[in-house]
Structures are given as structure tokens and as C-alpha cells.
Design a protein around this ligand. Structure first.
Ligand code: ADP
Ligand code: MG
Length: 275
């Protein structure tokens, strides 16, 4: 499911993200829009190309998050992959890119996703149209929001703020940016974070009133319970694609962490704290 592309598939820089996309957040790491030819395709397509420091586990986190979303049915950009580029193939991003390039291979392992031109970050849309109460409630009661809340709990993603999911229309959202699985980009150098903030839970708390929040919490707990039997298979599939991105101790660490979060009372407890 995760395609590895090399420079043969790369057709060069397309645009700086901010030029193409109103509301794109100031990026936490170098990011741009480039063109690639995906396997079995003839035409080059725009993709968002995101670099992570080689000392971080950002690309592995994106892979884990994308896989989990795909297997749990959370909408997200159509395609994803890892693109290996050398320094001279990267555009001038006004950053010193040395931390992003592997000193042994001379390559940057970039995370790429299809550029979703018709979407905008949720925060931008809400500010623009000052979302009505009804639109807001439609979002919080959507399977997208409820499912993603439980998925973010299991993966330990503490970064699902309003620019890390995109809005297409009131019923269509896309999850992006899974760089903070395990509580951050650097979990393997410390230890996965146990008390991660669940940003969607906090958003629900801030935007729903008492009885709506209680209904939201009940739906989220039901979704979490319903998924429990599926996690063993999902985690087995993920551990099979992580070699190459993480070493075996790291794979055992993050899979064990997610296994623990996929069952037991921690999700319900974290939701109860909201009421
Ligand atoms: N696949 C995509 N399609 C459209 N816009 C995207 C996509 N990926 C990222 N963006 C835009 O770029 C911004 C930064 O991307 P993101 O993955 O969140 O990086 P960062 O880790 O820097 O926050 C997002 O807020 C969004 O506006
Ligand atoms: Mg982001």
C-alpha cells in the first residue's frame, strides 16, 4: 500500500504550497508541491512533498497513520508514498536541508500525498464562513469525526488540530498530517507519550453543548468498542510494512503501544474527563 518512488518518477517542482492553497498553515517542516508519475499512470500528478529530519520518525508515523486511516475507513488524500530525492533535485526552500538528507545515501525520504486541490483546511473554512451551528453539528456527528477521534486515540496522534483535516464540503472531510503518531515526531528516541491530547475530543468539547456532547461521547465510545476485534489484524498488517522505515525494536515499541491503546478503558476515561 505504501509506494516507494525514486527520482525516475519525479517531474520536478510545481509550486510553493501557500501559492496554490489559501489557508495552508505555516508548515512545521519543508513542504512543497511537486509532480510525480505514479506507477501504472501515464500523466504526472501534483503531490504535496513533505520532508522530515532523518533523526525523526515522521515518515514512519505518516505511514502508520495513513494505513490505519485506510483500514478503518477514514477519508484521506487518494494516494500516498515515499519519494527518495537527492539534494540537487529538491527546490530552494530557503532552509538548510542538511538535517533532512541521509548522510550515507545522500537522499531525503519525503512523504508524499496526492494534492487535493478542491479542499481547504477546516480552520480556514470555519473562519471564512463562520460555520453555522448546524454545519458544526453535522461535522461532529459525522462518521469521519467520530472514527478519526478513536483512530487518533489508538495511534496516539496528538496533533489533529483544525489544519490537519481538510474540508471539501459539509459532508466530506479528509485527514492529513499523521506526523505525530506516538505523541510526536521523536517518540523512538524517548518513549511513546501515554497521555496524549485528543484534539478532536477537545474541539467537540469546545463546540457542543451538554446533551450534544454526551451523545457525541456515546457515539465515539461505541465506535471504539466496535473496532476492537479489527485491531489485531490492522496492527499485524502495519508491522509488516514498517521494516525499512523503523528498526525492529522501534516496530515492537509502537505496535505494542497501539495494541494497549486499542483495548481497555483509556478511551472511555479520556472522553469522560470531557463531561
Ligand atoms: N494532500 C494535501 N492536499 C491539499 N493540501 C494539503 C495536503 N497536505 C497538506 N496540505 C496543506 O499543507 C498544510 C501543511 O501540511 P501538513 O501535512 O499539515 O504539514 P505540517 O507537518 O507542516 O503541519 C496543511 O495544513 C494543508 O493546508
Ligand atoms: Mg499539519
Amino acid at each position: 500500500m505504501i509506494t516507494i518512488l525514486t527520482s525516475d518518477s519525479y517531474r520536478g517542482f510545481s509550486a510553493h504550497l501557500g501559492e496554490l492553497l489559501a489557508g495552508a498553515s505555516a508548515a512545521a517542516q519543508p513542504i512543497f508541491v511537486g509532480r510525480v508519475v505514479w506507477p501504472d499512470c501515464d500523466e504526472a500528478e501534483d503531490v504535496v512533498v513533505k520532508l522530515y529530519e532523518t533523526s525523526s520518525c515522521g515518515v514512519a508515523n505518516e505511514t502508520i497513520g495513513y494505513m490505519v486511516n485506510a483500514l478503518r475507513g477514514v477519508r484521506q488524500p487518494k494516494k500516498c508514498g515515499v519519494l527518495l530525492l537527492s539534494k540537487h533535485e529538491l527546490p530552494d526552500l530557503k532552509n538548510d536541508l542538511s538535517d533532512y538528507i541521509d548522510p550515507v545515501t545522500g537522499l531525503a525520504a519525503c512523504w508524499i500525498t496526492s494534492f487535493e486541490a478542491s479542499s481547504r483546511p477546516f480552520r480556514y473554512i470555519r473562519r471564512l464562513s463562520s460555520f453555522s451551528k448546524k454545519q458544526s453539528e453535522t461535522f461532529y456527528s459525522s462518521p469521519f469525526c467520530i472514527r478519526l477521534t478513536t483512530v487518533d486515540h489508538v495511534t496516539g496522534n496528538n496533533d489533529r488540530h483544525e489544519t490537519n483535516f481538510l474540508y471539501e464540503d459539509d459532508l466530506k472531510y479528509l485527514a492529513i498530517d499523521q506526523g505525530c503518531v506516538g505523541g510526536g515526531k521523536y517518540w523512538h528516541t524517548s518513549w511513546p507519550e501515554q497521555n496524549v491530547r485528543n484534539e478532536l475530543s477537545l474541539l467537540a468539547q469546545g463546540n457542543l453543548n451538554g446533551s450534544r456532547l454526551a451523545a457525541w461521547r456515546a457515539a465515539a465510545i461505541m465506535e471504539y468498542e466496535k473496532a476492537q476485534n479489527d485491531w489485531i489484524g490492522i496492527l499485524a498488517e502495519i508491522s509488516s510494512i514498517l521494516p525499512g522505515l523503523l528498526v525492529s525494536d522501534e516496530i515492537d515499541c509502537i505496535i505494542g503501544y497501539m495494541k494497549e491503546r486499542a483495548t481497555g478503558p483509556t478511551f472511555a476515561t479520556s472522553c469522560e474527563r470531557l463531561i
